[in-house]
Ligand binder design. Structure first.
Ligand code: FRU
Length: 494
């Protein structure tokens, strides 16, 4: 039986969420059904369908007592809302159901492991413990009566009870489970702790998988840990990063540590590090394994540092990225949109060897829902130094995607996209020097721009709130650039 609190949320989201017109939402990106969305949770494949839950406050466009919303999909692109799955309605999670993951118990039932929070001590801070809920025959997630299953007592000495969250559970080869959780020694020494379990309910501390040692910010939120292409990767979302010249931006960021796994001591031996997506809006990525073996990642297409509003006041706030297929090549994480997006390709427009200098538009290249790959070459004497594309533009507004050859930075800049508050709106990433050649794949979906560079070596995701009438796309360069363009409109009929 669902609680009154969960029923209220479901009633509200059905009323408000269903009243949002189709054209007032992103079409290909999952957006909050009503109210506020943050981290993706419980991203999983269960009984023939993908499930995606998310941090949710249905009643307002701002963060509040966290619920879990729920959606499902057959192909990771077209999502269907299901009723909210969790509300903060028990003693163990009275002040919120924070992030977590989904897994399948031995009897085939889906279980959720998440962080229950309570504000009960004199410091009025969120005390964090781990809880479990298991699906019943009616599709309700029933909270385990023994919750919480892990508390700060299960942490090593000196760890904070206010920073113990976001459990990510995964199955081990022998059929038991492991779980990585964000933790912190003292106030700033972020750690990822590793637990094991035989039944998914009783968990035992095993090791510290990785620690920040004064690097990469403070607390590493939302960890995920997996094997891919013969390497091991830990992804997480560090808070309080500081800027480095070529890689990291200040504030909340993302980090992928790639290396090998010391099985005996359950420790990651680090070999390489990188930000996951350098755009304005990206945080809290998490992954699943698809039935065909692909490792697929989705993230909150938003960042705590860049919360922006446009002229329209929508009844929803927050979107997910397009799920991305991951690979590791030369100790580097590669990400590309899931191939299922190609099933939504409509009109195709192709151009070959177009010289670009002065600002120009091209017949058939415009719109706000499209998948476009632009191959840029610098093979002439008077080759460009700066190449730029404006999307979602009209006489006054645009979002710029540009590549500066001199320092090899790609920048996505939404300062002129019509946003109404002064938050971070421009982010850059250093890319490989290919002598002026660069490949940019751009996915536009009404209220966002995702850019994948050089076949997924880098990505930059950015939310825009530009009025949909601004749909011009133009190209320009300060010398000559030769471009090939493959553009496909994205069309969803369901
Ligand atoms: C990350 C995060 C998580 C936490 C959740 C709360 O964005 O801070 O660490 O579980 O959001 O909504």
């Amino acid at each position: 039986m669902s609680s009154q609190m969960l029923n209220d949320a479901r009633e509200y989201e059905a009323k408000v969420g269903n009243s949002v017109l189709e054209e007032e939402r992103p079409r290909f990106h999952l957006s909050s059904r009503s109210g506020w969305m943050n981290d993706p949770n419980g991203f999983s494949y269960y009984k023939g369908e993908y499930h995606l839950f998310y941090q949710y406050f249905p009643y307002d466009n701002r963060w509040g007592p966290m619920h879990w919303a729920h959606a499902k999909s057959k192909d990771l692109i077209h999502w269907e809302y299901l009723p909210a799955a969790l509300a903060p309605d028990t003693t163990a999670d009275a002040d919120g159901c924070f992030s977590g993951s989904a897994f399948e118990l031995n009897d085939g039932r889906q279980a959720l492991m998440y962080t229950g929070v309570n504000v009960t001590d004199e410091y009025k801070k969120y005390i964090q413990t781990q809880c479990v809920a298991v699906i019943d025959d009616n599709g309700e997630y029933v909270k385990y009566e023994g919750n919480p299953v892990l508390t700060s007592k299960d942490l090593p000495e000196g760890y904070s009870r206010y920073d113990f969250r976001d459990p990510k559970v995964f199955r081990l080869d022998d059929g038991t489970w492991a779980c990585v959780i964000c933790a912190c020694k003292g106030k700033t020494d972020g750690r990822i702790v590793y637990y094991t379990s035989e039944n998914g309910i009783d968990w035992t501390f095993k090791s510290v998988l990785a620690e920040n040692n004064g690097r990469y910010g403070t607390i590493w939120e939302c960890p995920d840990f997996f094997e891919l292409d013969g390497k091991h990767a830990l992804i997480c979302s560090p808070m309080n990063m500081t800027k480095t010249p070529d890689k990291y931006n200040p504030g909340n960021g993302t980090l992928c540590l790639i290396g090998t796994f010391d099985q005996e001591n359950t420790k990651l031996i680090e070999e390489n590090d990188q930000p996951i997506d350098g755009g304005v809006d990206f945080y809290a990525p998490t992954t699943l394994i698809a039935p065909d073996g692909r490792r697929i990642m989705v993230a909150w297409m938003q960042n705590w540092e860049s919360i922006a509003y446009g002229a329209k006041n929508f009844a929803w706030f927050g979107q997910m990225t397009i799920p991305r297929e991951l690979h590791i090549k030369d100790n580097h994480l590669i990400q590309n949109p899931v191939r299922e997006i190609e099933n939504y390709w409509g009109n195709e427009t192709l151009y070959r060897d177009v010289p670009v200098c002065e600002k120009m538009t091209l017949d058939g290249i415009s719109g706000r829902m499209l998948d476009m790959t632009v191959n840029v070459r610098a093979d002439s004497e008077d080759a460009y130094g700066l190449f730029e594309i404006h999307v979602a533009s009209d006489d006054n507004l645009y979002t710029s995607i540009r590549y500066k050859r001199k320092d090899h930075f790609v920048t996505v800049d939404r300062r002129y996209s019509g946003i109404r508050n002064a938050v971070i709106s421009k982010r850059s990433m250093k890319v490989k020097d290919l002598g002026g050649d660069i490949k940019l794949r751009i996915i536009l979906d009404r209220y966002s721009v995702e850019v994948f560079i050089n076949d997924g070596e880098q990505a930059l995701s950015t939310v825009i709130y530009t009025d949909l009438s601004a749909d011009t796309i133009s190209f320009m360069a300060d010398g000559k650039a030769i471009v090939d363009i493959d553009k496909h409109d994205l069309v969803m009929n369901q």
